[in-house]
Unconditional design. Sequence first.
Length: 192
Amino acid sequence: MSAKAGGGLSPRERILGAAFAAVLLAIGAWFLWDALELRHAAAVRRQAELRAQISDAQGWLEKKALWEARAQWLAEGMKPALSANDASSQFLDQVQKSAAQQSLQISQQGLMDPEASAELLGVGAKLVFRGSLKDTARWLAERQQPGEFVELPLLELRPLPEAGQVECTAQLRRWFLQGKPAEASMAAGGMP
């Protein structure tokens, strides 16, 4: 293992050096391959996510006319918001009158906290009432007509000992436009 007179490496040292370089190159290539595989897997996942987003966007674009028609319907049919207090009290009065017209007997009633967004104001009432199942079903169906903009987030029916009679606990929420109209939201890329 002595060096030659010119200071060069012996054949064995050259072989060992080449083997060491080959091992280092192989280890480096393995780390590089592993890093590239991770990046490739991340790119494939991202590509799948983007394809799903494109598919979703194409679905929305295909339904653009439907959503524009709905926005127009909302803008034309949904009443503008009063103050939350006025809207709440008027809604409770309407609910009481309509329940009385269906011969429903209200035993408990109260206002729910208003819900507001940039475009909508929701006022609500919680009621406990009794009546026939037929009258209750008719009253609930009337409250949820499309032009009424009323949702029913809670409904509990319990049969009473009297035949065909039920006790109902219901929460009703009436929605009003507030702020910018739904058409402006659609033009800005939002949803009604």
